[in-house]
Design a binder for this molecule. Structure first.
Ligand code: HEC
Ligand code: HEC
Length: 455
């Protein structure tokens, strides 16, 4: 007996036993499809109302509609079915076979394939060839002709693609890393439909709306379409490096800065592709099924113009995000008493503008649909766990800009002037949030101001 044990011990390798996976059974994380698939899933485009109670986080509501009776969310299916055709578009049913083929061809020509990804924005020559200015006759800046607006859009898109690092070498490197680290959750086209997606509540981000939640850019004036919720490339890098605390989005702290940058370039590639595809589908369905007085009939040439225009607009908005960084003024509260006074002012602002969604500070369920038609719960703010970072400046940016994609409004109007000692309403709210999530500060705040009620 003793001899047998000794023999077994001798047979065990020194140190920790390593299980070697033979190459032929190792999962091929970098398997690469020949082409990107074209969108077939339902698209939320309008107001979906208020969601009923959320009982099965596995299947997002829009996918549940296709599952019909098998959906674990029959309540959602009942509510959403009548909205298909109005607030929800169905690319599979509503595009003709010819339109689908045009879209696939145009997307491949513009964005390449997973192995050779590109972002080919129209040049001045392309624009002239396809008469792109016909798409810039409406909504162009005052005093500009359609030709000038087209030329501006071409120039802005080219500058943005260069500044964001969307060259083919960076995109190829980023694509490889993406299939290794991200596709299992975010899916090969960035639809948020990877194999692990159903287990994640909240769902992995679907990049194809062109908007993100945790961004530090905000347009100074009236926002153009697609400008709100557009992140800076730095925002994507921060998300990738630090993850989103409180969700399944992991931190990729082991990747080098260059790898994170390539990944962010690739996410932008998928996002521009998805946004152009979304806008194209919505526009083509509208002019086919519900044409306005001035809408031309669909033709392949028109389809080409529409896609080229949407790519230019999306890239222009990405480029503009970097120029519109949220200004965070210095935090002027050196002493504890000043901080508490600021937090008490923040408490009153919160009661007036935030409590309608963050009911009982987010401890009560108060569900919303976000722009994707997935369900979100206004954060429980007593926990101190924030996706977009917990530093004062992170919270400042979040409160200042709101979370466009989740319906949370901005509080820009409450910000004070830069470089001044005047109280800044946004900092007041941030100090309140910080006190709310810290048991000791919560007690101090209630002692400081008897009007503050937190429990
Ligand atoms: C285990 C699943 C998982 C993996 C792997 C994963 N993500 Fe995510 N990711 C998520 C989830 C879940 C969210 C959404 C969280 C939320 O909305 O609160 C998300 C959100 C994001 C966002 C959106 C941030 C915003 O501001 O809206 C980006 C960008 C992102 N991930 C990029 C990546 C990249 C790049 C990789 C690979 C390096 C990756 N993710 C890997 C699950 C994952
Ligand atoms: C219209 C509803 C609504 C209003 C009003 C609202 N919020 Fe939110 N808020 C949300 C939703 C929904 C989320 C969750 C976002 C998500 O993850 O999709 C959220 C998330 C947050 C977060 C978490 C951010 C992070 O990084 O995780 C903070 C902080 C926050 N809200 C603060 C505020 C403050 C302060 C106000 C008032 C100035 C406010 N909210 C007003 C809906 C709202």
């Amino acid at each position: 007996m003793m001899r047998r044990i000794l023999l077994l011990l001798a047979a065990a390798p020194a140190g920790c036993a390593r299980i070697e996976v033979p190459a032929e059974v190792a999962p091929i994380a970098t398997a690469v499809a020949a082409r990107y698939s074209v969108r077939t899933d339902l698209m939320a485009i309008g107001d979906l109302g208020a969601p009923p109670k959320w009982n099965a986080p596995g299947v997002p509501p829009l996918r549940g509609v296709r599952l019909g009776g098998q959906s674990p969310d029959p309540e959602f299916v009942k509510q959403l079915k009548p909205k298909v055709g109005k607030a929800i578009l169905d690319p599979q049913a509503d595009l003709t076979a010819a339109q689908k083929a045009d879209l696939a061809r145009l997307l491949d020509a513009t964005f390449g394939s997973p192995a050779a990804p590109t972002v080919r924005a129209a040049s001045a020559g392309d624009a002239a060839k396809i008469k792109l200015d016909e798409q810039f006759t409406e909504g162009r800046p005052a005093g500009k002709t359609a030709k000038e607006a087209t030329a501006d859009a071409v120039a802005e898109a080219a500058a943005a693609a260069a500044a964001l690092g969307l060259d083919t070498a960076a995109l190829a490197r980023g694509g490889l890393l993406y299939r290794r680290w991200c596709a299992e959750c975010h899916g090969p086209t960035g639809a948020g439909d990877g194999i692990h997606a159903v287990f994640a509540g909240p769902m992995p981000r679907d990049y194809r709306r062109g908007v993100f939640k945790f961004v530090t850019a905000f347009p100074p004036g009236v926002a153009r379409k697609g400008e709100l919720g557009k992140p800076r490339k730095d925002d994507l890098c921060r998300t990738i490096r630090d993850g989103l605390p409180g969700s399944m989005m992991p931190a990729f702290a082991h990747l080098t800065a260059a790898e994170v940058d390539d990944l962010a370039s690739y996410v932008i590639h998928l996002s521009v592709r998805g946004e152009a595809e979304f806008d194209w589908i919505a526009k083509v369905i509208q002019i086919t099924k519900d044409p306005g007085e001035t809408d031309p009939d669909y033709s392949a040439a028109l389809g080409e113009q529409i896609l080229a225009q949407r790519v230019l607009i999306a890239l222009g908005n990405w480029g503009r995000a970097d120029a519109n960084v949220i200004p965070v003024p210095p935090e002027n509260t050196p002493a504890q008493a000043d901080r508490l006074a600021s937090a008490a002012r923040g408490f009153r602002l919160f009661a007036g503008t935030c409590a309608s969604c963050h009911q009982d500070y987010g401890r009560t369920q108060q569900l919303k649909f976000d722009v994707w038609g997935t369900v979100v719960q206004p954060r429980n703010l007593t926990l101190g766990v924030y996706r977009g970072g917990r530093r004062g400046e992170d919270l400042y940016a979040r409160v200042y800009a709101g979370i466009y994609a989740s319906t949370m409004p901005d509080s820009k109007a409450k910000a004070g002037p830069m470089e001044s000692d005047r109280p800044d309403g946004v900092w007041d709210v941030v100090h309140f949030l910080q006190a709310l999530a810290d048991p000791r500060e919560r007690m101090l705040l209630q002692q400081f101001d008897a009007g503050v009620k937190l429990d």
